[in-house]
Design a protein around this ligand. Structure first.
Ligand code: GRF
Length: 214
């Protein structure tokens, strides 16, 4: 007898801004290439475009403004409660601009992902967000940048690397042109990495990640 089909994994996405990575995840679920249900979009900032994108696709949203909490620990607790309430199996940070304390990644071991707009472990960590990342890449003179999907651990930008894609840095690039080129590859690799997690295909040993054959 055949096994009954498994229910799709439940994905929650944390955002703070435009949500183009959220859109890439939504698009892949809708075209059937990413087998997850996006059950919640959580923003720490009210009124951002990511929330509008979610609502357009009928995804329930929740705003948890960080300013209403005394410290990062209490804010993180509120985020964790919402993730548990919506019974998320997988959590994606997609342009989420707050640092969460350790209890959140610890509740989703190997199942909480972030996307970073550079080739980690270079150009990550403290102060490396948004245009600062691309400016640092340009200032360094490196000829390549890219995007990294990694597992979220207690240390920002330092978890095991799941997937990276390289783009060239061109001589006449500025922050905007480089960010645009990097964002295009972000939209390719994030859904792919989430798919591997949803299919339980990651083998994580220390910092190294292997992907089981399909
Ligand atoms: C992306 O560049 C991502 O790498 C970084 O924040 C940006 C979010 O963009 N973490 P968007 O909100 O998904 O458009």
């Amino acid at each position: 007898m055949k096994n009954p089909p498994k229910a799709p994994k439940r994905l929650a996405v944390l955002v703070s801004g435009s949500g183009s990575n959220l859109q890439a995840l939504i698009d892949r679920t809708e075209d059937g290439t990413l087998p997850v249900d996006i059950v919640r979009v959580i923003s720490n900032v009210p009124g951002v475009y990511a929330l509008e994108r979610a609502e357009k696709h009928g995804i329930p949203v929740k705003v948890i403004p960080h300013g209403q909490y005394a410290n990062a620990g209490e804010f993180s607790q509120a985020i964790l409660e919402e993730l548990l309430r919506c019974q998320a199996d997988i959590v994606c940070l997609a342009g989420f601009m707050r640092i969460l304390t350790a209890e959140v990644p610890l509740a989703f071991p190997g199942r909480m992902l972030n996307i970073h707009p550079a080739l980690l472990p270079a150009f990550g960590g403290k102060g490396m967000y948004g245009h600062h990342v691309h400016q640092a890449v340009l200032d360094s003179g490196t000829q390549f940048s890219g995007a990294t999907v990694h597992i979220v651990t207690e240390e920002p930008d330092a978890g095991p690397i799941v997937l990276q894609k390289i783009v060239p840095v061109l001589p006449d690039d500025d922050v905007e042109s480089l960010a645009k080129r990097v964002l295009e590859v972000e939209h390719e690799i994030y859904p792919q990495a989430v798919k591997w997690v949803a299919e339980d295909r990651l083998i994580i040993k220390g910092k190294r990640v292997a992907v089981k054959e399909d």
